[in-house]
Design a protein around this ligand. Sequence first.
Ligand code: HEC
Length: 153
Amino acid sequence: MKEQSPRKILVALAGLAALLVVLVLTAIVSILLLYTEPEWLSVSDKPELPTGNPVTIEEEISEGVHVPTGFKVGEGLELVIGNCTNCHSAKLVTQNRFTKEGWINVIRWMQETQGLWDLGTNEESIVAYLSTHYAPEARGRRKPLEVEWYDLE
Ligand code: HEC
């Protein structure tokens, strides 16, 4: 076998060394990019999650009205927002006027035919809120009839 000249060996070694340096640098840069995930490299199209606290009901109240729904402020407001705006607009609620029994009937009707869930112990507060703030209004000069309601068995 013909002996290589020392110069050729040196050049070959230098070439190998250069290749190694390039490989190592590439590896380092790749690892850095993987771990730091710079903004410009981001391929994710996930929407940015909102930061900070979500808006509370209190913050959405202005002049006695819960602005997003139009509900009047009162005891039970939170429950009504939580249970009565899932399927239809709050307008459907606020444009109606019923007595306590009327509201219970509407709720029963929705439970029997529209998939409204059992309101459990919250029902009383919800009905109280509705019959206080969305009660039949007096029309004209006559006062609304005072009716003694009795429980139907
Ligand atoms: C599971 C779904 C669902 C939920 C939750 C729900 N409703 Fe309804 N509600 C309906 C549907 C469906 C209708 C009929 C809508 C229509 O006719 O366009 C309706 C209609 C109404 C009506 C109109 C009734 C009429 O006689 O025209 C009122 C008032 C009402 N809902 C009040 C409420 C109140 C108060 C709550 C909270 C206790 C509530 N809804 C929660 C489904 C729901």
